[in-house]
Design a binder for this molecule. Structure first.
Ligand SMILES: Nc1ncnc2c1ncn2[C@@H]1O[C@H](COP(=O)(O)OP(=O)(O)O)[C@@H](O)[C@H]1O
Ligand SMILES: [Mg+2]
Length: 385
């Protein structure tokens, strides 16, 4: 866990004081990714660098796992913190293996342990150690160098990772891949991460929390969906963009936007099924077995003036929604199959409800959002907490 308390930095530029960071307080829990987001010059990098003390704070404290780091010497501090800098920053005169093992070697790991660790990390990013470890950075593509920059920060097994625009320098296609790869690694290794970005889409994709900065101040700290649904002011609202509701499609899951819907069993008589459909003013209903697993659906049109039971009129689903899929995928699927609704199923095929165009619109306009309640961060609040 990382906790910043009233962290401030004033630079003296040509005799004039410039407040680069102004009383920033926030907490990032273990295993979370917090993205610092804001326009250029708003203090993101300065805040990050105060955490591993590449920049000495003017005032305020940094706690890691509850321990005030003010008294720690810098070597001990950086042993706990991996760091990925803005311009990748591989040493050009060192091989990839030497680059990856810079910190472990500083920490006194023996040769074999360093080598094993380098090989293990290379496997993680799917670069063949034999082929790449003895090369120099210039002999790798930009995307490959970026990956090395990320695993170098993981090499010493630090529980905390600071990343300053780590994916900024790569082309969009590689960036997408590296982001995904990084996200999987982070989840598997349960690292606590603070990442600086100026890209709202990256922040939405990777962040458990987003911290919006402006002119050295932290304006809002929230789950991405809460940030998009409830920006605290016009600045945040403009920053997240006019299409914030569409951006939310990536964050809201099927189970959030699902409506309860009545279901039928294969043994339900047609007359009874038609009655139920009339009662609910519906043209179809999902059919489930005794364990509530979805078997398919029946349409009013097919059963009209017919006899027997629902089982005889059962149609298979040609498209379904997994409970944890996000709305962007679901809408895409609904358009692809020209469906107005999808049944939402859990991993065991149990029927949880339906997503429809209406249920999606209702959720997005309801004021509800994923994540915690909106937190407006005022300096006054920060001082008293
Ligand atoms: N070493 C420095 N000396 C003087 N001013 C600095 C220094 N580093 C950063 N600044 C100033 O502090 C402010 C915040 O910078 P920075 O944290 O790098 O912004 P960001 O990373 O959000 O783009 C800017 O106005 C910048 O010019
Ligand atoms: Mg910066």
């Amino acid at each position: 866990m990382i906790e910043l308390k009233n962290l401030s930095k004033t630079f003296n530029v040509n005799g004039k004081d410039v407040k680069a960071v102004d009383a920033v307080s926030l907490t990032v829990n273990e295993g979370e990714i917090c993205v610092f987001l804001g326009p250029s010059g708003c203090g993101k990098s300065t805040t990050l660098k105060m955490i591993n003390r590449l920049i000495t704070p003017t005032s305020g404290q940094v706690f890691i796992n509850g321990e005030d780091t003010t008294g720690l010497d810098e070597v001990t501090l950086r042993r706990h913190i991996g760091y990925v800098i803005q311009q990748i920053g591989l040493f050009p005169n060192m091989t990839i293996e030497e680059n990856i093992t810079v910190v472990p070697r500083l920490l006194g790991w023996d040769k074999q342990k360093c080598h094993d660790r380098a090989r293990e990390l290379m496997h993680m990013i799917k670069l063949e150690p034999k082929q790449y470890l003895q090369r120099y950075p210039r002999e790798l593509s930009g995307g490959q160098q970026q990956r090395i920059g990320v695993i170098r920060a993981l090499a010493a097994e630090a529980p905390v990772l600071l990343m300053d625009e780590p994916f900024g320098a790569v082309d969009p296609i590689n960036r997408e891949m590296i982001q995904n790869e990084f996200f999987e690694m982070q989840r598997a290794l349960n690292k606590t991460v603070i990442m600086v970005s100026h890209d709202i889409d990256e922040a939405i994709k990777l962040g458990d929390k987003i911290a919006i900065f402006r002119a050295g101040k932290l304006l809002q700290l929230d789950h991405p969906d809460t940030l998009l649904a409830h920006p605290v002011d016009d600045f945040v609202s403009n920053f997240v963009g006019q299409d914030s509701t569409l951006k939310r499609l990536l964050l809201v899951r099927a189970e959030d936007a699902a409506d309860n819907a009545p279901s039928l069993s294969p043994e339900t008589p047609v007359s009874e099924a038609l009655e139920l459909l009339d009662e609910h003013d519906r043209r179809y209903a999902v059919v489930t077995d005794a364990a509530n697993k979805a078997l398919g659906y029946v349409r009013r049109r097919d059963m009209h003036r017919q006899q027997g039971t629902c089982g005889a009129f059962l149609r298979p689903f040609n498209a379904t929604a997994a409970h944890d899929e996000h709305l962007r995928i679901l809408l895409s699927r609904m358009y692809e199959f020209n469906r107005a609704w999808l049944p939402v199923l859990d991993a065991e095929q149990v029927f949880l409800g339906e997503v429809t165009q209406e249920s999606i619109a209702a959720y997005l306009s309801s004021g509800r959002s994923r994540g915690a309640k909106t937190s407006i961060v005022s300096p006054a609040e920060a001082v008293t907490s």
